[in-house]
Write a protein of this length. Structure first.
Lengths: 410, 362
C-alpha cells in the first residue's frame, strides 16, 4: 500500500473551535502528526460546549470535539507562563508548521509571533487564520463562521426571494471553508519550501476564502453592478428546479430538469405528458404551476423512492438528506463513508471517513480525539527529551494538566 | 509576510479535463500560484461568462483528441477532472493505468457521488448534489423548504477540496515518489462538515431542525437600520455583548446564565432584535471591534468590491473580459507569491502547449 502524502510531517496546532481544527483534521487524515496545544486555563471550547449529561469528564467525552480532532495528539501548555512558552518553542523547533486561528492580535500578545517562531525554527511555516487577516483596517473585527459568511457576501446571496431576507447557512459555513483552504495552504508552503528552503507566514483571512466561493458573483457585480438575486431553490439557467415535499414529516426531494431531455423524462415519470412540449422559456414562466404539479407527485412518495424513480427515468434528483438520514444513506454506507472508532470513555458512533480518498494510500482513521493532555509525557519526555520528574513540577505550576481548570464551572 | 513574490507552484504542470465548475475551481488557485494549468476544452462551453472570468483566468487552453489528451496527462504532474465515473477511462485515460505509466502522477476525480457505490452514476445538478450532502437540510426556516446557498456551493466546495487534496497528494509525490488517484465526491465532502449537527445526530439520533436566521437569541441575523446584521456570541462573549448594547433590559442577570438564557430565549431574542433595529451596519461593526464581540453585517459583492480593507489587502484581481474589466477574488491568502491571470480563447494554446509539454513541432 502507498504511503500517505504527509507521513513524516509534524504540525503544532494552536487552533480552536472549528476552522483550524477542521484544517488539521484534514492534514491528520493525510498522515501528518498533529500536536494540539491547549492551556489548562484556555482550552478548545468545543470540548465543553455540549457537555454530556452526568459526564465526569465532559472535556473528554464530547462527540462534537471528537469528530474534528481525531487522529491528533494533545499537549497541554499554559502559553501565558514563560516556561510554557519555552516548551512550546522547543516543540516548534521539531515541527514543520504552526497553525493558529486566534483573533489577529493574540499570537503576538502571547509572545510567540512570527519572528519568535522563526528563531526557534528558521524554516517554519506559520498559518494564521484570523477572520479578517493580520493586516488592514478590519483586522480587529472578531469573526466566527456565521459572521464570516455575512461579511463575505455569502448570506446576501442566499434567500427564498419573496421575503427580501438574506439567510445564514445552516452550518457555520465560513469555518470549514477556511479550514479546507488552510490545509491546502500548509502543503502549498511546504511544496515551496522544498525548493527554496525557506518557510513562510501565510495570512489567511477566513472572510477572503469565503468570498472566493462566490467568485462569479464578483464578476457580475463589477461588470454590471449586479446585486445578488435570491432565487430560492431555482436555477438561473434551467427549469424547473426545486425542493419538493414528500410523504412524511419534513421530508423533501431535490429535482432538476437540466435540459429538455430531463424535462421530458420528468414529465413521463410524474405522469404529465401534456407538459412535455413546454420549452424552457415557458417552463420558467410557469415555474410556480409546474412546482405544484411536481409536488402533487412527490407527495405520494418517500424522498428516496421519488429520487430513485426519477433517476431511473433519467432525471437529476436526490433525497434531501437530513442529519439522521445521511447516516443511514445506503450509498454512503456502501462507500464506507462512516467509521466507528473505539473510544475509552464513549460509546461508538458514526464519524465521517476521510473525504479525500486516495484510492491506493487509503487514509484510514486511526484513533479517537485525544483526551486532555493525553500526550504530555510522549511529547515532553519522548520528543523533547525532558526528564519524567519535570512533569510533576509543570503540573504543580499549572503549566500542564489533564483537566481544564474551571471547566466544571462553565 | 515573507518571500511573497516567488510563485510556489512555478514549474508544476496541471491538466484540467472536464469543463465544470468543480474542476475549474480546483485548478483556479493553482494557476494563480504559478502552476502551468492547461484546460482541455470540452465541446460546448458549460461555464457562464461570469464563471469564466473568475475560474479561467491564468489558464492555457487546448483542444485535444483522446490520444493527445493522454500524452498531456502523462506529461502533467496533476490531472483534475470532473467527468462522470468511467468517462476518463472511456477516453483511454483510465486513472489506474495512467498511474502505472507514471507512478508520480496525481489524478483527482471530482464527482457528485464518487466513483463507487449504488448512486455513483446518479445525475446531479448543483442543487441535487447539495441536497445529498446534508447542508441543504439545515438551511432555511422550518416552516418552508430547505434552502440552497447562493452560488454553486456544492460544486465550489468540491473544487476547493479538490485543490487542497491535490496539493497534498502532489507534496506526497514529491517526497515519496508516489502519486495517487483521488476519488472526491461532493456528498462525502459535505457529509463530513455538518458542524455539531452531524455528530450529534450520529451520537444521539437527534433531529436537527432548520433554524432560519436564529440559532439562539445571541447567535443570528437581524434586521438593522440599513439592511441586516448579526451577532454570534458564545457564553464567553455574552457579558461583553450585553454590556456593549448599553440596554438596561439586557443587563438582566438571567441572560448571563447559559441555562436561564436558554429558557428565556424568545424573550431575549425579541430584545436583541429591537436593539439591532435602529443601528446602522458601520456602527454595529465599530461596536463589535471595540468590545471584542463577534458582530457582522450582511454585505453584498458590491460592498466588498468597495471595501477599503480588501483593497488594502489587494484581494481583487482585474480580469479583462469581452464585456470589460471584471474584478474578481484573487489571492486566497497572503504570504506566498500569486499572479493575476488573463483569459485565453478556447484552444488558443494548443500548439504552444504541445511544444512546451511534449516537445512537439507545430
Amino acid at each position: 500500500m502507498k504511503r500517505l502524502p504527509l507521513e513524516g510531517v509534524r504540525i503544532a496546532d494552536l487552533s480552536m473551535m472549528w476552522a483550524g481544527p477542521f484544517a488539521t483534521r484534514l492534514l491528520a487524515e493525510m498522515g501528518a502528526e498533529i500536536v494540539k496545544i491547549e492551556s489548562p486555563r484556555a482550552w478548545d471550547n468545543v470540548r465543553t460546549l455540549l457537555p454530556q449529561p452526568g459526564a465526569t469528564e465532559p472535556w473528554n467525552t464530547s462527540y462534537y470535539f471528537n469528530d474534528y480532532n481525531r487522529d491528533k495528539k494533545s499537549l497541554t501548555l499554559d502559553l501565558s507562563q514563560p516556561r510554557g512558552r519555552e516548551l512550546f518553542l522547543e516543540l516548534v523547533a521539531q515541527c514543520d508548521c504552526v497553525i493558529e486561528n486566534y483573533r489577529a492580535d493574540v499570537l503576538d500578545k502571547l509572545g510567540i509571533g512570527w519572528e519568535i517562531l522563526r528563531k526557534a525554527r528558521p524554516d517554519v511555516i506559520l498559518i494564521s487564520m484570523a477572520g479578517f487577516g493580520k493586516t488592514g483596517p478590519e483586522q480587529r473585527l472578531v469573526g466566527f463562521g456565521p459572521i464570516i459568511e455575512q461579511m463575505a457576501g455569502m448570506a446576501s446571496t442566499t434567500g427564498y426571494g419573496d421575503d427580501g431576507v438574506p439567510y445564514k447557512t445552516g452550518i457555520s459555513y465560513g469555518d470549514p471553508i477556511g479550514g479546507i483552504a488552510a490545509a491546502g495552504a500548509v502543503v502549498l508552503a511546504m511544496i515551496a519550501r522544498r525548493r527554496t528552503g525557506r518557510g513562510a507566514w501565510i495570512d489567511l483571512a477566513q472572510r477572503e476564502t469565503m468570498a472566493q466561493m462566490l467568485g462569479p458573483a464578483f464578476a457580475a457585480a463589477s461588470l454590471r453592478g449586479e446585486s445578488p438575486v435570491h432565487r430560492g431553490n431555482r436555477d438561473p439557467h434551467f427549469a424547473p428546479q426545486g425542493v419538493y415535499r414528500c410523504a412524511g414529516r419534513d421530508q423533501w426531494v431535490a429535482i432538476s430538469a437540466r435540459d429538455d431531455r430531463e424535462w421530458w423524462a420528468l414529465c413521463a415519470a410524474i405522469g404529465a405528458p401534456e407538459l412535455e412540449s413546454l420549452e424552457l422559456a415557458e417552463r420558467r414562466q410557469r415555474h410556480d404551476e409546474l412546482d405544484r404539479r411536481i409536488e402533487r407527485w412527490t407527495a405520494l412518495f418517500l424522498p428516496r423512492e421519488a429520487a430513485e424513480s426519477l433517476q431511473r427515468a433519467g432525471v437529476s434528483a436526490a433525497p434531501v438528506l437530513d442529519c439522521n438520514a445521511i447516516h443511514q444513506d445506503p450509498h454512503l454506507a456502501a462507500r464506507g463513508s462512516w467509521v466507528e472508532l473505539p473510544h475509552p470513555k464513549m460509546k461508538a458512533w458514526k464519524q465521517p471517513a476521510s473525504a479525500w480518498r486516495l484510492v491506493e494510500a487509503k487514509p484510514l482513521l486511526r484513533r479517537h480525539a485525544p483526551l486532555f493532555g493525553e500526550h504530555n509525557r510522549e511529547i515532553l519526555c519522548g520528543l523533547l527529551g525532558h526528564p519524567e520528574r519535570e512533569l510533576a513540577e509543570l503540573e504543580g505550576a499549572g503549566i500542564i494538566g489533564d483537566a481544564p481548570i474551571g471547566a466544571r464551572e462553565g | 509576510m515573507s518571500h511573497g513574490e516567488e510563485l510556489p507552484l512555478a514549474g508544476v504542470r496541471v491538466l484540467e479535463i472536464g469543463g465544470g465548475v468543480a474542476a475549474a475551481f480546483a485548478t483556479r488557485w493553482m494557476a494563480g500560484f504559478g502552476a502551468d494549468v492547461v484546460r482541455s476544452d470540452a465541446g460546448r462551453e458549460t461555464l457562464g461568462r461570469d464563471e469564466q472570468a473568475f475560474l479561467l483566468a491564468g489558464k492555457r487552453r487546448v483542444g485535444a483528441g483522446d490520444a493527445r489528451l493522454r500524452e498531456l496527462a502523462l506529461a502533467a504532474d496533476i490531472v483534475v477532472e470532473d467527468g462522470a465515473p468511467g468517462a476518463l477511462a472511456a477516453r483511454g485515460l483510465d486513472p489506474r493505468e495512467l498511474q502505472r505509466a507514471k507512478p508520480a502522477l496525481v489524478v483527482v476525480s471530482l464527482t457528485p457521488f464518487g466513483q463507487t457505490g449504488p448512486a455513483a452514476h446518479w445525475r446531479a445538478s448543483n442543487l441535487v448534489a447539495h441536497a445529498a450532502g446534508g447542508v441543504l437540510s439545515l438551511t432555511g426556516v422550518a416552516s418552508r423548504p430547505p434552502l440552497q446557498n447562493g452560488g454553486n456551493q456544492a460544486w465550489m466546495m468540491l473544487g476547493l477540496n479538490g485543490c487542497s487534496a491535490a496539493l497534498a497528494a502532489y507534496f506526497g509525490a514529491l517526497v515519496h515518489g508516489e502519486g495517487d488517484w483521488l476519488d472526491l465526491s461532493a456528498q462525502d465532502c459535505a457529509a463530513g462538515m455538518l458542524e455539531l449537527y452531524g455528530p450529534r445526530a450520529a451520537f444521539e439520533n437527534t433531529e436537527a431542525p432548520r433554524l432560519g436566521n436564529r440559532v439562539h437569541a445571541i447567535w443570528g441575523i437581524f434586521p438593522c437600520a440599513d439592511g441586516f446584521a448579526g451577532v454570534c456570541a458564545l457564553q464567553r462573549q455574552a457579558p461583553a455583548f450585553f454590556a456593549m448594547t448599553g440596554e438596561p433590559a439586557l443587563a438582566d442577570p438571567r441572560f448571563l446564565d447559559p441555562g436561564q438564557r436558554l429558557t428565556a430565549d424568545a424573550e431575549l431574542g425579541a430584545l436583541v432584535e429591537d436593539w439591532f433595529r435602529d443601528k446602522k451596519k458601520h456602527e454595529l461593526l465599530e461596536m463589535g471591534e471595540k468590545h471584542k464581540v463577534p458582530i457582522g453585517a450582511v454585505q453584498t459583492p458590491l460592498d466588498l468590491l468597495a471595501s477599503p480593507g480588501l483593497a488594502e489587502r489587494e484581494f481583487f484581481d482585474p480580469v479583462v473580459t469581452p464585456a470589460g474589466v471584471a474584478r474578481v477574488p484573487g489571492r486566497p491568502y497572503l504570504g506566498v507569491g500569486w499572479r493575476a491571470g488573463e483569459l485565453h480563447a478556447p484552444a488558443a494554446d494548443t500548439d504552444a502547449v504541445a511544444r512546451d509539454w511534449l516537445g512537439a513541432k507545430s
